[in-house]
Design a protein around this ligand. Structure first.
Ligand code: AMP
Length: 454
């Protein structure tokens, strides 16, 4: 596991939990997934979670391949490959839990500072080739190497992402998403563009060559305003070097950007190349031995028991002003009440406070409303109650929400969303007596027993 500890980065927005992870801000959106920052609430380890639409991935016949690639990636622990910790599945999504890196994308550096010096470019190229070589030796190909997949950690170490997810991205591509989401295929080998079956190894080497060219020049070797002329140039490997490239680097790149995958330079030949060998240190790392794959089996298996759910960790919290303005036990509220009366608005909204835990409140409302003929639809700390009989103005429909005011104090709001207001009041009176055990009353508000919202 990564040693990254608790972040300075707060988990912004709502507190959504998936398994033991609390989701935070969105880190990015790739061709087939959204990536979110997350924290393991047990260990405080920070991670990145790639969220993929389950339907899109599993409705095709590639489940076995995807499962195999994810399992392999779980076993790969290479310093230049983004670590895949575990996978989780819900009914609608697949969550891939990854090492979080905070150095941004390698290409942000080029955007900010322009081309890299030859030695610096070579240093990143070493790391890229190490990652690619290692994954290939395990039978995993990338097939979509491009700038967004080259991330840096806080020490400036290159981490290649999305290795082993090529089956998933291919899936999405076949659904027609690539062209809209991914932009132009400037990094893709000619044989991949022809789409007549190709070797993952040689195709990845081509993309590494394009990446090296961009690192040293600050621009793309193949770039055209329209796809037809771009394809034509890629097919012919029609590019030229800027004046500052050394002859060693030019020789290497020319051999890598060979349109014929059979004669293209292989990784073992790259490792023997003089320009490449300068300053090269083979990576040292230990392979993880006892990696379990139960999580992968659970995601791709038939049992629903092992699936996770996305849920709100706690009810929405309410600040003091909101609380005071909604509660009748405070004088301020009477002021609002008066205004409402003047305008002749009848009450459609009521609320009470409770010291019971949020889950208990939800259960109690459900227990009380069901015998009154209401169908319940629950989500997080919100509930919709729909009367099964039609009244004077259609079916009475009520929404409720539990808010956290303080750790042991909740405010429960009930709102009529459809039906007759008088029927709603009758309903509220009945439900209030059913809920009297959980309603919190102070001396001030005890004679009313239930503070009201409007
Ligand atoms: P991807 O789908 O892998 O192309 O990810 C989209 C974007 O999300 C990347 O370009 C990064 O900016 C960000 N991102 C992806 N994975 C991570 C990660 N493990 N740590 C930090 N940021 C990430």
């Amino acid at each position: 596991m990564s040693t990254t500890s608790a972040p300075a980065t707060p988990a912004a927005g709502g507190r959504i939990r998936v398994g033991k992870y609390e989701l935070g801000r969105t880190l990015g959106e790739g061709s087939f997934a959204k990536v979110k920052f997350a924290t393991n609430v047990q260990t405080h380890q920070v991670v990145a979670i790639k969220i993929i639409d389950r339907q899109r991935v599993l409705r095709h016949k590639m489940v076995e391949q995807i499962k195999r690639e994810i399992s392999t990636m779980k076993m790969i622990k290479h310093p230049n490959v983004l670590n895949l910790f575990e996978v989780m599945g819900s009914k609608s999504k697949i969550y891939i839990v990854l090492e979080y890196v905070d150095g941004g994308e390698l290409f942000d550096k080029i955007t900010k500072f322009g081309k890299l010096k030859e030695d610096e470019a070579r240093k990143y190229f070493h790391q890229l080739i190490n990652a690619v070589d290692y994954c290939h030796s395990r039978g995993v190909f990338h097939r979509d190497l491009k700038p967004e997949n080259l991330l840096l950690d806080s020490q400036g170490v290159l981490k290649v992402s999305d290795f082993g997810l090529s089956a998933i991205s291919k899936q999405v591509r076949e659904d027609g998403l690539l062209h809209t989401a991914c932009g132009t295929p400037n990094y893709v080998a000619p044989e991949v563009l022809k789409d007549k079956g190709y070797q993952g190894t040689a195709a990845d080497v081509w993309s590494c060559g394009v990446i090296l060219f961009v690192l040293m020049s600050g621009y793309l070797p193949f770039d055209e305003p329209n796809l037809v002329s771009l394809y034509r140039r890629i097919n012919r490997a029609d590019f030229s070097f800027p004046s500052w490239f050394s002859s060693g680097s030019k020789k290497l790149i020319t051999r890598i950007l060979d349109p014929n995958p059979v004669t293209r330079m292989s990784i073992s030949q790259i490792l023997e190349n003089d320009w490449f060998k300068k300053g090269y240190k083979p990576p040292r790392f230990e392979e993880e031995e006892d990696v379990h794959l139960q999580d992968v089996d659970a995601v791709f298996g038939d049992s629903e028991e092992l699936l996770v759910t996305e849920r709100k960790e706690k009810p929405e919290s309410m600040n003091a002003f909101e609380f005071i303005s909604r509660s009748k036990s405070f004088n301020l509220e009477n002021l609002f009440q008066k205004q409402m009366d003047i305008q002749g608005i009848s009450k459609r909204e009521t609320c009470f406070t409770s010291k019971s835990p949020a889950n208990e409140i939800m259960n109690k409302i459900e227990e009380t409303a069901k015998p009154l003929g209401f169908n319940i639809d629950k989500k997080n700390y919100k509930m919709k109650l729909k009367g099964d009989k039609s009244g004077r103005k259609g079916h009475l429909s009520v929404s409720t929400e539990v808010f956290e005011v303080a750790p042991s104090l909740h405010m429960v709001e009930l709102k009529k969303i459809n039906g007759d207001t008088l029927e709603y009041h009758k309903f509220y009176n009945t439900i209030a007596s059913g809920l009297k055990d959980i309603v919190w009353t102070t001396e001030q508000n005890s004679e009313e027993n239930r503070p009201e919202c409007e």
